[in-house]
Design a protein. Structure first.
Length: 210
């Protein structure tokens, strides 16, 4: 995979098969904080469980770890492509918690008294069904697949409905897309939708409430 330096100095990669970058070219680190960790108000929790759908380089989870000030944070990351996980060890990303993400990339999980991070390699749609069967529930969902144009199967009403089943009643989902069909599918799955921050472009991101 080919590296690309984004406008804030943080690195991303391009997935040649999909034809898209993993992050916004205006700033990968900025996107992780401003579209995911901050609008979901990670710092308001004393204990929080996060589902990171399409983990990629782990930037969104790293931003959440940096932002969190409470007693315990638990993250489950879902990623289909092991190649991008392998790249985590090749970069030094500008996050205070980057060492934990690198441990997860090497060993599949990391745990100490304050953090539990687990990575599951597989199709996120199937893995969410497995989480439903296990009775898992989350306070926050980071939803960060490739675009609806490139990966329409990831943005369906059916998948959003399954994700909602693993969200607590007060949970919040954050995603970068504001596409009208994405929002229609979220609403059809039972979510309440509102604009998230506009970062690196004129259009907003999306916040959805279970």
């Amino acid at each position: 995979m080919e590296q690309y330096e984004t406008a804030d100095g943080s690195l991303t990669y391009i997935n040649e098969e999909v034809g898209e970058y993993y992050h916004s070219k205006t700033g990968a680190r900025e996107e992780a904080f401003e579209k995911y960790a901050k609008p979901t108000m990670i710092d308001r929790f004393n204990k929080v469980k996060i589902l990171d759908v399409c983990f990629g380089l782990g930037y969104n989870s790293a931003a959440a770890l940096d932002q969190f000030k409470g007693e315990h944070i638990s993250i489950v990351g879902l990623e289909a492509d092991p190649r991008i996980i392998e790249e985590i060890g090749n970069i030094k990303a500008p996050f205070l918690s980057w060492e934990y993400i690198q441990e997860v990339a090497r060993f599949g999980s990391y745990e100490d008294n304050e953090r539990l991070i687990e990575l599951i390699i597989g199709d996120a749609r199937e893995e969410v069904k497995n989480l439903i069967k296990k009775g898992e529930t989350f306070d926050v969902v980071f939803f960060d697949p490739f675009s609806p144009k490139k990966a329409p199967h990831m943005w369906t009403q059916e998948f959003f409905s399954d994700i909602r089943k693993v969200m607590k009643p007060t949970a919040i989902l954050a995603t970068y897309s504001c596409a009208s069909q994405v929002r229609a599918n979220l609403r059809a799955a039972g979510f309440k939708v509102r604009d998230g921050p506009s970062v690196g472009r004129r259009g907003p991101s999306t916040l959805a409430f279970a």
